[in-house]
Every structure is written in C-alpha cells, then in structure tokens.
Write a protein that binds this ligand. Structure first.
Ligand code: PGA
Length: 252
C-alpha cells in the first residue's frame, strides 16, 4: 500500500513559540488520525531541533532544502546528513520557490535527490507548471520533463525513499486550487511517467499542493491517485492543519 502523507511546509514563517504550541497541539491531536497517515512538519531549518523535541517521535520532521554537497566550505548551506543528524526523516527538493527565486534547475534537483536518498531521508520532490505553461497546453509535458530529469539519479531500490508533490505554481499561495479532476489527471499522468521510467509507480506516494485548505482537502484527497498533501499557508494554523490531516484516510 502507498504511503499517505500530509506535510506542512512552513516556508520562512514561524518562531520558537509556534514550534512549541503548534507542534504540541498537532502531536496530541494526531493520535486520533487514521493509523497509517503520516504527518510531517517542515519548519525553517533553524527550528528543526525545537520541532523534533516537541514532536516526541510521534510526528515526522523534514527540512525545506538541502545543499548539493555533502560537507565543506559552503557558507550558509545545510547538508542532508546534518538534517538527518538533527532528527529529520524528510527533505523537500525542488520546491517551485527554490526553482523560481534561487535558480534551481532539474539537474540540481537530481543532484539533491541523490544526496537526500543517500543519507537515508525521504525526498519529497516538487514538480508543477506555471500558469502560462498550463494555458498554452504544455502542463503535462513540462511536469513529465521535471519528473524524468529530477528523478534521473534514482537507483532501483531507492524508490521507496521518493515521494512526489504536484504543485501547480499558479495555485501556490494564491487561493486558487486545481480542481480535484485536474489534480487527478496530472497525478495519473505522473504515475504513467514513473512507470515508463521503470519505477514501482503504484507504490510511490503522490501529494497535491497549492492552496489546500480544510474545506477543499477532502475533495482532493478522495481522488484515487492523490495520496495526501503538501500544505503551505494552512499548515501555520494548528486547527486548520489538523482538519486537513483528518481529511486523509489511510485506506484510500
Ligand atoms: P500553499 O503552499 O498551501 O500556501 O499554497 C503550498 C506549498 O508551497 O507547498
């Protein structure tokens, strides 16, 4: 059975106080979730230690970005090994903000995926088209290219440490969400690409991200190829985030 995951990406938001209060709340409420639903908190790197402490091993923690290198003279960077050492189990790779604001290419994504998986973390690899790409009918081609290139470094046997997040760029932080039909269509297309690459496509969790809220999560998560969500803004509001987590059932 595929993993079922709700991951909260705090982006450059939050504080020590939020790390304690929100994570404490999510930890205590998460006991009532469907068994098999994994909750992941992905705070700014500086708060990873606080979140890990508060999570008490009941919820997982991830890092938003890692360096392309193992270690060395890269001032300001954080390695995947360090994230693991600090208690992370997941690392986001290739978020659209990294691609758009920091020039991350599919080649860099592939390098990071290899490093993340090599250090024993699960990579949540983000893909998604811009509005212009969707409107010109190229969404599937663009996303397929990101999947093929971004995952080109994955070796057979490492696929169990890969999760994909489909996040249409036009839906991130805008309040616009893909319809559940659009999300399902793209997820099915991604699964076809993975199958074509020789990956165990039916075992790889595909998350949807982009303005997921408490009131649209159940609809999106009811689609057969949507295995959970990557949540930005709504993951900063404890009750809303928990309500999204409750919309995911382990059995679908
Ligand atoms: P959003 O962000 O939920 O605020 O749209 C999603 C993301 O960027 O992962």
């Amino acid at each position: 059975m595929r993993r079922k995951i709700v991951a909260g990406n705090w982006k450059m938001n939050g504080s020590k106080d939020l790390s304690e209060k929100l994570v404490g709340y999510v930890r205590s409420e998460s006991v009532s979730l469907d068994k098999g639903v994994e909750v992941v908190i992905i705070p700014p790197a500086i708060y990873i230690g606080d979140v890990v402490r508060e999570a008490q091993g009941n919820i997982s923690v991830g890092i938003q970005n890692v360096a392309r290198w193992q270690s060395g003279a890269y001032t300001g960077e954080v390695s995947s090994e360090m994230a693991k050492d600090s208690g992370c189990c997941f690392a986001l790779v290739g978020h659209s903000e990294r691609r758009q604001l920091f020039g991350e290419t599919d080649k860099m994504v592939a390098e990071k995926v290899s490093i993340v998986v090599g250090s024993g973390l699960t990579a949540i690899v983000c893909v998604g088209e811009t509005l212009e790409e969707r409107e010109s009918g190229r969404a599937e081609v663009v996303v397929a290219g990101q999947v093929r290139e971004g995952l080109s470094s994955v070796k057979q046997g490492d696929w169990q440490n890969i999760v994909l997040a489909y996040e249409p760029v036009w839906a991130i932080g805008t309040g616009k969400t893909a319809t559940s039909d659009d999300a399902q269509a793209m997820h099915a297309a991604i699964r076809d690409v993975l199958r074509d690459m020789g990956a165990p496509a039916d075992e790889i969790a595909l998350l949807y991200g982009g303005s997921v809220k408490a009131d649209n999560a159940a609809d999106l998560f009811s689609e057969p190829d949507v295995d959970g969500g990557l949540i930005g803004g709504a993951s900063l509001v404890a009750k809303e985030f928990m309500s999204i987590c409750r919309s995911l059932s382990a059995g679908t």
